[in-house]
Design a protein around this ligand. Structure first.
Ligand SMILES: C[S@@+](CC[C@H](N)C(=O)[O-])C[C@H]1O[C@@H](n2cnc3c(N)ncnc32)[C@H](O)[C@@H]1O
Length: 287
């Protein structure tokens, strides 16, 4: 087994609390210097708090958020006066960029299962922008939250037809099929008819399944019915879904799949012609 896969398995072997604690400890020295030298943007969390991907400094974090915003503009025509929902809002990576894009007619709502991330966003962005709201929802996810409440039974805390656009970035790569199916139904309820949605996934089809199962780096060796897992124990660690299964799930929720754009996660090396690491799926509510 390659070293990166071994390290990932060790990391997944830790409890949720241990993972949060170790990340903070590891980045403590550089976070300390960032603070002393005032190198951190006020809305960007310390590296030890960025549990949502690679822990990076302010400049890079803001750049990533702007990149996400551009994708949303290009792919679902995100407008400054849109009312939008960000599912799995994390520590505010996309929200920071949106603060300088949305106008006062537009609004942002985000929710997430990690309380410290939501608190961070509410203390900074939420305090300065009255049209930005972040909610903590204590749902079980074996990578992020040990609560007992099930995502399959969670009703999004918004009225029907509340949003012009809905997006989720790197959320459905960390949820189970029945949870995703339920979230699709909730999206179909809260987005306006014809409202465009943007989500990222790891997707495969019968041609590339063998490769993602067996390759050395970033592989999904555990086969299940219609999907594959990266780790057999931490099911939400990373999940890859068969494209046909995903299309069927969207249809079942009265959502129409408009496009699937492959990311470069399946490529053998970095592929500059692809927009994003993960696969981008654009869909809309029917009727
Ligand atoms: C990889 S992070 C991405 C965060 C953010 N979208 C970004 O791009 O920075 C995945 C996020 O999904 C959240 N999450 C996991 N399960 C969830 C659920 N059932 N409902 C809402 N958020 C969830 C996690 O807590 C985490 O913040």
């Amino acid at each position: 087994m390659k070293k990166t896969n071994r390290l990932r398995n060790i990391w997944y072997g830790l409890s949720v609390k241990q993972r949060f604690f170790l990340r903070r400890l590891y980045y403590f020295p550089i976070d300390f210097f960032d603070k002393v030298l005032s190198r951190r943007h006020k809305y960007v969390p310390s590296r030890g708090m960025i549990y949502t991907g690679s822990s990076i400094g302010s400049k890079e974090y803001i750049k990533q958020g702007l990149f996400q915003l551009n994708l949303l503009k290009e792919e679902i025509d995100l407008l400054p006066n849109d009312k939008i929902l960000d599912i799995g809002s994390g520590v505010g990576r996309t929200a920071i960029a949106l603060t300088s894009y949305l106008n006062s007619d537009g609004s942002y709502d985000g929710f997430d299962v990690v309380e410290q991330g939501v608190n961070w966003c509410n203390k900074g962005i939420g305090k300065d922008f009255s049209n930005f709201k972040f909610k903590y929802v204590p749902l079980f996810n074996d990578l992020y939250n040990t609560s007992k409440l099930k995502a399959t039974e969670f009703e999004f805390p918004y009225a029907n037809n509340s949003f012009d656009k809905v997006f989720s970035i790197s959320l459905f790569t960390h949820m189970q099929l029945d949870e995703i199916q339920h979230y699709f139904s909730e999206i179909a309820r809260v987005v306006k008819p014809e409202g465009l949605c943007f989500s990222t996934f790891f997707l495969y089809d019968s041609d590339d399944e063998d490769d993602i199962a067996k390759r050395e780096h970033f592989s999904f060796p555990y086969k299940r019915e219609g999907y594959r897992l990266m780790n057999g124990n931490v099911k939400s660690g990373n999940i890859a879904i068969h494209k046909d299964v995903l299309r069927g799930m969207l249809k079942k929720a009265n959502l129409e799949c408009l496009s699937i754009t492959d990311g470069f996660w399946k490529s053998k090396m970095f592929d500059g012609t692809k927009k994003e690491f993960q696969d981008i799926v654009i869909f809309k509510r029917l009727n």
